[in-house]
Design a protein around this ligand. Structure first.
Ligand code: ADP
Ligand code: ZN
Length: 609
């Protein structure tokens, strides 16, 4: 069997994605490699197909038992003999698995690094190993963001198995980590395969300065648009996850909080329920996601700003792994910035973390295509205008904001630079509250001069001023606003300021944009899912059927069939086994298992409409 035949037979896919075929060929000829691909890029197939085509068992080192479980289930659902050797299994089962390796029945074995080191002598003596795949290979490097000491001992593999190809895979791209992985694994002859980090199916949206109420409205709107689909919402604090989950539950959404303060049992339950589509939304802190291999996450929302672009990209990367459209939205306000700044200051790596935060902030503030910024950030020089981000779909209008900025600067100056942003806004808006009156700020000349501008807009303008360098936040002085020398030029009238107009969360703005974007999105996908031809009612029914089967055999729905496959079925409506076999994502095994049931189901649907 050739690699492309294996792709069709086992996975039901017609074509390799960029680099997959080369990596497979390279491994089949016995060479080492390091593969850098974004989350959802299709790393697994790069070692699974060589594993299928080579004699013996491939050993896949993976850091998380939960990840192994999903991968093994996915492989088995495609008729590939796979298993995971780990401490979660009964030891008797582990013995059986080892027997299957010895006899050469098992093609792919997942194992944790510590377990592998214990078992290596046994493997050396008793089994034929086709290749080693080191998944999440950045865990070997202290430079990576997820160092695991157990990984460092994997360096012995190269010496103990000099003829067995090693393939290291990661979605972490920076240069130092990359070199470190090659050194630590002793892959001196290893070739690097770096694929594009672009994930064109993730739309990118940023909304600045929204109030809690506005955020909730927008979130509910997204959830409604993705009725019964899966989504993740990231918050900064445990408390915020619980509050938001409760608010969503009150609105009838099946949502659960997830954070490190919950018991392992509770966390596992939420994760399992999410993977099995029993709950639609997880509202989580960053603790959530490492073990999530769910392919049909249709939106990822950052309710607060993340601490770095790396975290951000990794988190949104958990959406749309099946390469279908996934909506991502980042909310961002000055309060987040203040909180994150104090985290960074206390982090022990103040300079690095403040710098990372600054880059994140610049991203959120930017007036150029967001994808371009992300790709440039990851070292992939790009001048794209992606057409699938908010900046591309509605470039900001600039206006002469000199007077607005002067008003704010003047208010700051008149407090002797002893007020934080909230107080300055209250002064500008002419709010008579105790904090203001007790300090006599209601007597200032600037009191109430910005009454005509809503608080939310003032927050936005102050943020813009911050980014343009007219003011600074004195974190060591109760976060009072200070005017910079550049700000003084504006105050003196020697410098003009262009502010970006604020787009309000009104549907009038959102609607035409959405349409434009859909057009663009349609052009972007591998198989231009012909949305107009799709039988929407059938799709919903097929989803039900998938859910029923998942419950019957106790396995996640997306393992049975991806959303993409369901869309293809709802568009093509195959009623024969042959037609069913031709559907994207249906390999031989799935065809055998499901052709009859699905084609009968589709037939009866057609008859009833
Ligand atoms: P990664 O491990 O890089 O995050 P996966 O290996 O899980 O990504 O692949 C992501 C998704 O893309 C999976 O659903 C996988 O089946 C699918 N996929 C991978 N390669 C192809 C291909 N050549 N054609 C179609 N789908 C693919
Ligand atoms: Zn863009």
């Amino acid at each position: 069997m050739t690699p492309v035949e294996a792709l069709k037979t086992y996975y039901g896919y017609d074509n390799f994605r960029p680099l997959q075929a080369e990596i497979i060929e390279h491994t089949l000829t016995g060479n080492d490699s390091l593969v850098l691909m974004p989350t959802g890029g299709g790393k697994s197939i790069c070692f699974q197909i060589p594993a299928l085509l080579m004699p013996g068992t491939a050993i896949v080192v993976s850091p998380l038992i939960s990840l192994m479980k999903d991968q093994v289930e996915t492989l088995r659902s495609n008729g590939i003999p796979a298993a995971a050797l780990n401490s979660a299994n009964d030891e008797r089962i582990n013995q059986q698995i080892k027997e299957q390796c010895r006899s050469g029945q098992l093609k792919i074995l997942y194992i944790s690094p510590e377990r592998l080191l214990v078992e290596l002598p046994w493997f050396l003596a008793n089994a034929k190993i086709s290749l080693f795949a080191i998944d999440e290979a950045h865990c070997i490097s202290q430079w990576g963001h997820d160092f695991r000491p157990e990984y460092t001992q994997l360096s012995t593999l190269r010496q103990q198995f000099p003829k067995t190809p090693v393939i290291a895979l990661t979605a972490t791209a920076d240069k130092i980590t990359k070199q470190d992985i090659l050194d630590k694994l002793e892959l001196h002859q290893g070739r690097c395969f770096i694929s594009s980090f672009d994930r064109p199916n993730l739309s990118l949206d940023v909304k600045r300065g929204y109030s809690a109420g506005d955020k909730l409205t927008v979130v509910l709107d997204i959830i409604k648009r993705h009725h019964r689909e899966s989504g993740i919402i990231y918050c900064l604090s445990r408390k915020a996850t619980e509050e938001l989950a409760r608010k969503l539950q009150d609105k009838g959404v099946t949502a659960e909080a997830y954070h490190a303060g919950m018991s392992i049992y509770q966390r596992d339950k939420v994760q399992e329920d999410f993977i099995n589509d029993r709950i639609d939304v997880v509202v989580a802190t960053i603790a959530f996601g490492m073990g999530i291999d769910k392919s049909n996450v249709r939106y990822v929302i950052h309710y607060n700003m993340p601490k770095s672009i790396e975290s951000f990209y990794q988190e949104i990367g958990r959406g749309g792994r099946d390469s279908l459209p996934c909506e991502t939205l980042l909310f961002f306000n000055i309060q987040d910035l203040i909180t994150l700044k104090s985290f960074a200051d206390q982090s022990g790596q103040q300079d690095i973390n403040n710098e990372k935060l600054k880059r994140m902030e610049e991203y959120a503030e930017a007036r150029v295509c967001r994808r371009r910024i992300l790709l440039n950030y990851f070292g992939e020089i790009s001048d794209c205008r992606c057409g699938n981000c908010d900046v591309c779909s509605s470039p900001p209008n600039l206006f002469d904001g000199t007077i607005i900025v002067q008003k704010a600067l003047s208010a700051i100056a008149r407090t002797n630079q002893q007020a934080g942003s909230r107080m300055v806004i209250d002064i500008l808006r002419g709010m008579m509250n105790i904090d203001i009156t007790s300090r006599g700020y209601h007597m200032l000349k600037t009191f109430g001069v910005g009454r005509n501008i809503p608080t939310r807009d003032w927050q936005d303008y102050i943020l813009q001023m911050l980014h343009m360098g007219f003011i600074e936040i004195a974190y060591n002085e109760d976060r009072h606003l200070k005017i910079t020398s550049l700000g003084n030029e504006v105050l003196r009238g020697t410098r003009q300021v262009q502010l970006a107009e604020i787009t309000q969360p009104d549907t009038l703005v959102a609607k035409p944009r959405k349409k434009q974007r859909q057009e663009k999105v349609k052009q972007l996908f591998e198989t231009p899912a012909n949305a107009d031809m799709e039988d929407k009612a059938l799709f919903e029914k097929l989803r039900e059927l998938r859910h029923t089967i998942a419950t019957e055999i106790n396995c996640p729905a997306f393992v049975i069939m991806s959303d993409k496959t369901l869309h293809a079925l709802a568009t093509t409506r195959p009623t024969t086994k042959e037609a069913f076999a031709g559907i994207h994502g249906i390999g031989e095994h799935k065809c055998k298992l499901y052709a009859e049931r699905f084609t009968a189901f589709i037939k009866s649907h057609i008859a009833s409409t």
